[in-house]
Design a protein around this ligand. Structure first.
Ligand code: GUN
Length: 279
């Protein structure tokens, strides 16, 4: 069965739209783009479009590579203090002259809409409630739940150990009582791990890394990869056409995990808005 991330995301966004209408104040999302990566530009434009669609206040700060660590630090301090801003998102990666971890640590954890601040990551790891849970991992677990896919007791294999997807999704799945293995580019005999997995989450950005002979019959396959081919087509980490005949559930690229990331970002912004407006 093909998991329709677009549909599940649409339902989340529709529900949010109704909730937002009940408030006079608008949730505010600030997005900082300080890199020259073409995909980041597309992601940021999409974040802005979705914010405006929901009636949020959207502030996007785009910088060329003359931006300094000091100027970015000033901006984060300003946004931390700005009562109209509920969520601050720093699109990653940053220009290589900027110190990424230092910038992320400057964000007020109560405005850390991406859930990347060590305070929120630590809470996630500990199984406590972070102010916000990283969007792609949150979206993946929501998709599994939307399709009533059991997580508890299952062998979940996460491939890729990034701070944005791999590590936090491994924590989330562990919190959901899966038995989690975290594989990465230095893992030997990946197939031994994939063959044993009930749930595979692949987040490597390597096209067709996961072939049908690597997947156990009936496994659930979640593809986080988005790779633009020379012909302009988007593909994932998984050889979709072949793996779909082996898997019980599989996410397509595009239309699987991607729309869920955006929907969860919008949901996180709204949740932080509620937190800041709690009486
Ligand atoms: N770069 C790639 N994915 C993401 C994301 O989800 N959030 C941010 N801030 N940067 C990213």
């Amino acid at each position: 069965m093909i998991i329709d991330g677009k549909k599940v995301a649409f339902l989340i966004l529709e529900e949010l739209k109704e909730k937002v209408k009940k408030f006079d104040k608008k949730p505010g999302l600030a997005v900082i783009l300080a890199n020259d990566d073409p995909s980041s530009r597309i992601y940021v434009a999409s974040k802005e479009k979705h914010s405006l669609n929901l009636g949020y206040k959207s502030c996007v700060y785009r910088f060329d590579n003359s931006i300094t660590q000091g100027k970015l630090t000033e901006l984060i301090h300003e946004l931390n203090e700005n009562p109209d801003i509920n969520g601050i998102l720093v699109q990653l990666p940053l220009y290589s002259h900027l110190n990424e971890s230092e910038i992320i640590e400057l964000i007020d954890p109560r405005k850390d809409v991406d859930g990347f601040h060590p305070f929120n990551i630590g809470k996630l790891y500990a199984g406590f409630n972070p102010y916000a849970v990283c969007c792609t991992p949150k979206g993946i677990v929501k998709l599994l739940k939307a399709y009533n896919i059991k997580i508890e007791g299952k062998n979940a294999l996460v491939i890729g150990r990034s701070n944005i997807v791999g590590k936090p999704v491994a924590s989330l799945l562990s919190n959901e009582n899966a038995t989690v293995t975290l594989a990465h580019s230095k893992t030997q005999n990946l197939k031994e791990y994939t063959k044993n997995a009930d749930i595979i989450v692949s987040a490597t950005g390597k096209a067709k890394l996961i072939t049908s002979s690597m997947v156990k019959k009936g496994a659930v396959v979640i593809d986080v990869g988005i790779i633009k081919q020379d012909n302009g087509r988007l593909v994932g980490d998984v050889d979709f056409e072949k793996v779909k005949d082996v898997a019980s559930y599989i996410t397509p690229v595009p239309g699987g995990v991607g729309p869920m990331t955006i929907a969860c970002l919008m949901e996180n912004t709204f949740e932080l808005f509620l937190l800041h407006n709690k009486r």
